[in-house]
Design a protein around this ligand. Structure first.
Ligand SMILES: C[S@@+](CC[C@H](N)C(=O)[O-])C[C@H]1O[C@@H](n2cnc3c(N)ncnc32)[C@H](O)[C@@H]1O
Length: 239
């Protein structure tokens, strides 16, 4: 069997050293963010209009493509934040925290965001501050073992008891038990009609976790998305 060859580098790659290419990309990302984020903040609904590239620009500008939420998931989360009947819990902070924090702020909703990495939490807090987003509390919640699974340790946080929406995009995939711990650990703080937005439905693990949540607690879930799939888990519906 012959080894698969990667395509030959183009002229740009051959002539420009990767360090300079990285700097050019970083510069383009910063410029995009500086332009797109204020536009988004002026009118977040603009990002939901047919043909809008605003969310794609924010994803590019944020510059963490393999980890950050992508456009279809962000779009649906924005809609769910605007409809949420209670405060919002996010598991795994990043671009989604800025985007959804903006929508939460416009709807007078508060958001708590669990983050296991102190360095990452600092980066997200700095960006929230830069853009004047005051609706979000990024919580330093290290991961700890709960036996069968690991989950964020939120014992130092004062959390509401009526979350209407959970944005479940963490902890990182290699965490023992993945995102399973969310339901057993947070169940007592969710409204009966809470919705859970689970990213990364292309991974079998996330689909299995939702099936287990459903088996153990009821509810129903559906998979959406064309380029990168995600799950909407509705705690209040049966089926
Ligand atoms: C899937 S990411 C969360 C992404 C976030 N919702 C967003 O839209 O940007 C889950 C966790 O991975 C970690 N993480 C984020 N970027 C990373 C990177 N480039 N390398 C390693 N870990 C990263 C952070 O601790 C984050 O909470």
């Amino acid at each position: 069997m012959s080894a698969k060859k990667s395509p030959p580098p183009g002229l740009y790659e051959r002539l420009i050293p990767w360090r300079i290419r990285n700097r050019v990309t970083r510069w383009q990302q910063d410029r995009t963010c500086r332009r797109a984020f204020p536009l988004f903040q002026q009118d977040p609904d603009r990002a939901l209009a047919a043909g809008s590239n605003l969310l794609s620009e924010l994803v590019f500008g944020w510059g963490n493509t393999s980890f950050s939420a992508q456009t279809e998931y962000l779009e649906r989360c924005m809609v769910e934040v605007a409809k949420s009947t209670g405060p919002i819990l996010e598991c795994g902070s990043g671009l989604s925290t800025l985007v959804l924090g903006t929508v939460a702020q416009r709807n007078n909703l508060k958001m708590w965001s669990f983050e296991n990495s102190p360095e990452w939490a600092l980066r997200v807090r700095t960006q929230l501050e830069k853009y004047g987003i005051t609706s979000v509390k990024v919580c330093d919640t290290p991961l700890r073992s709960y036996g069968e699974y690991n989950w964020y340790d939120s014992s130092g946080e004062s959390l509401p008891n009526d979350f209407g929406l959970v944005i479940c995009d963490g902890p990182p995939a290699q965490t023992p038990g993945g995102r399973y711990g969310m339901y057993p650990q947070v169940k007592g703080r969710l409204r009966p009609d809470c919705k859970i937005m689970v990213d990364d439905a292309d991974r079998e693990q996330e689909r299995e976790i939702c099936a287990r949540w459903k088996q153990e607690n009821g509810g129903r879930f559906e998979i959406f998305g064309e380029t990168k799939r995600f799950i909407v888990f509705d705690c209040g519906s049966q089926g």
